[in-house]
Design a protein around this ligand. Structure first.
Ligand code: ADP
Length: 501
């Protein structure tokens, strides 16, 4: 695959060659369309000048007493006499360059210049025919010349000098049009030499310019390659990349790398935490099994070890369940089986469970408000969410404390399920992390104690609430207790009568 730079250069090269071809064609067409009048206007003075040069030579010779013409009998009758040029005149005119003819009183040609004599007969005839029609100091006329070497037309004009009369009446001089215009072959030849040079120079310049324009892109590619090797996600592209578009691209890439960094970090933490959480129960499990299998272990001791092993297995199974739930949620594979759910009966049901759990923990559990409401969701998941919050409240509230539940309507068609406890509370700094996976306020001490958890309960709760288009929020003060609130969009109002349990 060609580089962008090469492609730009080739495209530019083609565009340039196309433009030059169009330009050259236009030039040739314009040249051919050049009017005769324009040529006559341009070359007329030159032609007359040529005639005058010949006349001046002849005049000077006459002034010096040279005899230029003689009269000889011509034809059958002796009294008919024709004028012809003397040797002196011929010698004189042979030295004058250019194209010209000299005519006598009977309009007969008495001399033609070397230039004209070298032309083919057809051209000479054509010139003679046109010359006969020319009046001294009158119009100039163009004659086409077929000679391939001549490669032009001839502009003819006639001149006269009274000093040479009566025998020499006219001099017809000609100037090739090639003086005033470029011949097609010269034009094409020039183009063939100059155009490739222009094209080559332009391609070199465009290659250089394209390279400069693309240089920031190359820089971005190198930087992104270096960043995305996985270990350098903390690095960012420079903010100024030379122009607006590339700077915007850089900013977009930086935002993407930032998100990648966050999710890579999260993934790494998650894997490390999950492995750590699994490693501990596995070690305990192994120790328990070894203890039970020990040949010296008494029956009761072996039984106790196996009971502990069973507990650890249950813990691991809980952890794996939670991980699976979160993994499926992340993948978006966890479809809720939504249906209208009446929250009143559901909350009453979890309240009954909470009362039993509370009794065990020496706590007073109450349901202060219960406003019937319907939501669109999955009852099993909502129950799991409410129980998560209730078990937390019971777990983190010391004996003698209180846990209060409520279900009440909120403005904006929402319903809130609240769990309020008078427990140990969470510090303001920790509150921001309670929904993070594997986060526990007191990691070291929570394991093994009756409060042991994995720090996944609230993450799962938040996910369940969000999957129901709702949210979980937490308020807490260290040592005073916490309030966890689940807010869900309501489907309809059902029996909106406050009921005190
Ligand atoms: P865990 O299984 O550890 O309870 P959660 O995700 O449910 O995991 O809770 C995360 C952490 O938030 C807990 O370890 C605890 O430190 C804190 N927490 C949750 N609920 C409460 C509460 N009601 N009172 C005090 N701390 C709480």
């Amino acid at each position: 695959m060609a580089t962008l730079r090469a492609r730009l250069t080739v495209a530019y090269g083609f565009a340039l060659v196309g433009s030059l071809i169009v330009f050259a064609s236009a030039l040739i067409i314009a040249r051919n369309a050049r009017g005769t009048e324009e040529l006559v206007r341009e070359l007329g003075p030159l032609t007359l000048g040529q005639g005058d040069r010949v006349l001046e030579n002849l005049r000077t010779a006459v002034g010096l007493g040279e005899s230029l013409t003689v009269q000889r009998p011509c034809g059958e009758r002796p009294e008919v006499r024709c004028v012809s040029a003397t040797k002196a005149m011929i010698d004189l005119l042979e030295r004058v360059p250019g194209y010209f003819l000299v005519y006598d009183r009977d309009d007969r040609q008495i001399y033609s210049s070397i230039g004209i004599r070298q032309l083919p007969l057809a051209d000479r005839t054509a010139i003679a025919e046109t010359a006969v029609r020319l009046v001294p100091d009158g119009n100039a006329l163009l004659v086409s010349v077929s000679d391939t070497l001549f490669r032009a037309r001839l502009l003819l004009a006639a001149r006269r000098d009274t000093a040479l009369l009566p025998n020499i009446t006219r001099v017809v001089a000609g100037v090739p049009t090639s003086i005033g215009e470029l011949s097609p072959s010269v034009l094409v030849g020039t183009m063939l030499i100059v155009f490739p040079l222009i094209v080559l120079a332009s391609i070199a310049v465009s290659y250089f310019i394209a390279g400069r324009a693309i240089e920031p892109v190359e820089r971005i590619i190198n930087e992104v390659e270096a960043i995305t090797d996985g270990r350098s996600l903390h690095r960012r592209l420079p903010s100024d990349l030379g122009n607006e578009e590339l700077s915007r691209l850089g900013a977009t890439l930086n935002a993407m790398i930032g998100r990648l960094e966050t999710s890579f970090g999260g993934l790494r933490r998650f894997t490390a935490d999950a492995s750590h959480e699994l490693k501990t129960p596995l070690t305990v499990l192994r120790a328990d099994v070894e203890r039970a299998m020990h040949p010296n272990a008494a029956g009761s001791e072996a039984m106790q070890a196996l009971e502990e092993a069973l507990q650890e297995t249950a813990r691991m199974s809980d952890l794996v369940d939670s991980l699976l739930t979160l993994a499926r949620a992340d993948e978006g594979r966890f479809d809720l089986h939504r249906e209208p759910v009446a929250l009143g009966p559901l909350v009453r049901d979890v309240f009954e469970t909470a009362v039993i759990l509370g009794e065990h923990a020496g706590l007073m559990v109450s349901l202060s408000v219960l406003e019937e409401s319907m939501v669109d969701g999955e009852a099993r998941r909502l129950r799991q969410l409410f129980l998560n919050l209730i078990t937390n409240a019971i777990k983190y509230t010391p004996r003698g404390g209180k846990v209060e539940l409520s279900l009440s309507h909120r403005v904006g068609g929402e319903v809130a399920f609240t769990v309020r406890d008078t427990g140990i509370g969470i510090s303001a700094a920790d509150l921001a992390h309670v929904f993070d996976r594997f986060w526990r306020a007191d990691r070291a001490r929570s394991r093994g104690s009756e409060r042991s958890g994995f720090g996944l309960g609230l993450s799962i709760s938040q996910w369940i609430a969000q999957a129901h288009s709702g949210r979980v929020t937490a308020q807490s003060r260290l040592g005073r207790g916490s309030v966890f609130t689940v807010t869900l969009p309501m489907l309809a109002f059902v029996d909106p009568v406050r009921r005190e349990p």
